[in-house]
Design a protein around this ligand. Sequence first.
Ligand code: CU
Length: 744
Amino acid sequence: MASRFLLVTLLFPVLLFSEHNFAAVVEYEFAIDVKEVNLSGVPVEALAIDGKIPGPTLTAAVGDTLRATFHNRLDVHTSVHWHGILLPGDQDGVPYLNTQPIGPGMSHTFEFAITHAGTFWYHSHTDLQVQRGLYGAIVLTDKDPDMAIEETVVLFSDWTDEPVSSVLRNLKTRDDFYAYKRRTIQSWDKVLDNGGEAIRNRLISSMTRMGPMDLADVGYDAFLVNGQQVSTFEDIGSSATQVKLRMINGSTSSYYDVEYASGPMTVIASDGQDVMPIKVQRLRISTAETYDVLVPLVSGRASELRATSIDGSGYSSLFIGEGQRVVAPDVSRPNLFLTNHMDMPMDMHMDMDRGGSATMPMHEHGGSAMTMHEREETAKPMHEHEEMPMHQHKETAMSMPEHKEMSMHEHEETAMSIPMHLVESMGMHQDVIAHMTDYSELMATESTQLPVKQQWREIDLRLTGNMERYVWSFNGKTAHEDPQILIKKGENVRLLLNNDTMMHHPLHLHGHFFRVVNQYSERSPLKHTVNVPPMGSVIIEFDASEEEDWLFHCHNQYHMKTGMNRVVSYEDTSLFSPEIEKLIKPSKRWFDVNDFHAMSSFFDYELSFSDERNEFRFELDTNISDSFEIHATYDYYFSRFVSGFAGVEVREHHHGNTHDFGIAGLNVTLPMLINSEWRVNDHGQFRLELQSELQFTRHFGFDWRWNTDNEYRYGINYRLNNRVSLTLHTDTEYGDGVGIKFFY
Ligand SMILES: [Cu+2]
């Protein structure tokens, strides 16, 4: 077994040409292997490149050829994708689509010319291996890089001790599985605590069946920077007054708000593309994005760069410089109760004349890279930055109460928004952006206008899906159901991205940079990954100048693996075939969920086995002695809210006659998130059943069901942990009872 952990390491950048002006071949060779790590206090098996998590930082200059060989010492397939780097399609590393997967014991050499500079990263594109550690930074420099300023790579990631397959299964099992762990269950006690507006928001989101918003999928055990919860960058020349940070969000599903303890950061590049410098106090970095920033050095200080997960569940710290440690301010937990997405269009205020393209009329919803009013997230206690003269950026708000220690009941701060005309008169743009959560202030250093003579193709892409069944999709279809988006070489492609869900989605296009259309019109910034906020809209445009097939997907790996994935194919040269479709099929299609409820008066077992659209369900109710009821159905989900079903029901009550029926009908989610079942049996009898759950506190919930045969069951549940609840129920058939509920 020891040899399993013995990592063969060959890391020699070999410069075959020593003279500067000639292109060099930069060569790397690494093993990919398992490695035991202890990142949160628990030793678990992870995956490592060259024995490291993150993998080694690769560097090359424009004009060089990068040659990188990977030896797969795992007993499963792996792959390496070069995130954001322009290269020939067959080097992109997406298994089956672009590059063959690297089989167990096999090796693969990538070789491509470096055509542009910037901060990028590389990672496995197989299953959920990124979550286990297969990622690293790659820094591409100009031919004669500016060595005047010292720099470091700052690679953020998220870590869970759980096996990734069980994470995905847990997400499928129960929509609030990790919310319970993260203490972000949006129970009614908190709604009431937050007062009238929160109640109104909840009623609206229930009426519209959207359900509450959430900022994270998974409950992580640790957040890492350069592989540790706390890292340092100390080895800095004594004359340096500032350093450049190449920040990469190599997380599997996390977003961070990044803040530096000793002054604002100056953003100089995003996704490897230079932007006009802007000063930002707190910077949102979405999954898979990169930002280059400059930060001041203060002598005698080790200043914290803190990346707080946007759900407030934890953070990582990088201390920059030597001396006394100075910490960055705590970021208050976002208050989701006071976020009202239904008001969103009111807050989208981009100047369409400037943002629109001359060649095409914009849609009325278009043109905005602006996010909704995330007032709770921009709320900032003023005393944190007393010494800093700082104008409030638009969409920011002042928070009234003093910042407190975070605890379960007092983590939300109430915010009061400043009227827009006031913000304007305060003179924004001049100073520091307090909290940058979108791309409205990013301006390219030169025109990014697409070729004027090209035809436009406009594609509407709604971001769809739901947290309850944990299925994510575009236009209501998973990649399994609708794998391709067709374009033609020589077109300008515009994607209108509208997020119909209550989660953020970081969308990534392989092989291209796209412009994120914003107020700067022809100077709209170029990116490879763009966040589309809950219920928000973003427009991206790119020059279709490539060939063949490129992946476009949500870079939240759990969303990608459950359907939010497409192949962008160039019609005339596409190599896409049903065979390579394997790639975009979900990592695992069918998931089972089991629910046991043992009561003093009866026993109930429910099993469901489902993929994105089909579900087989079995339910057994019995009092053990003389009564039972069995339902077995097949359900087909037409949409998030409607499924049709057919099956059988068998009943025996008190040693009476056994009845069996064929049953069929519809399940419809009604406003207020009440589930309704409209069914008939083969005797022509109709029945309507209603059912719902209410979460009063993190622990206490109430559930009920009632049907037109006047059968009902209701009761309370006290949640002990993610999987176990104590219950008190009453049922028309079985009477009252106490019990325990267990699901897995
Ligand atoms: Cu997503």
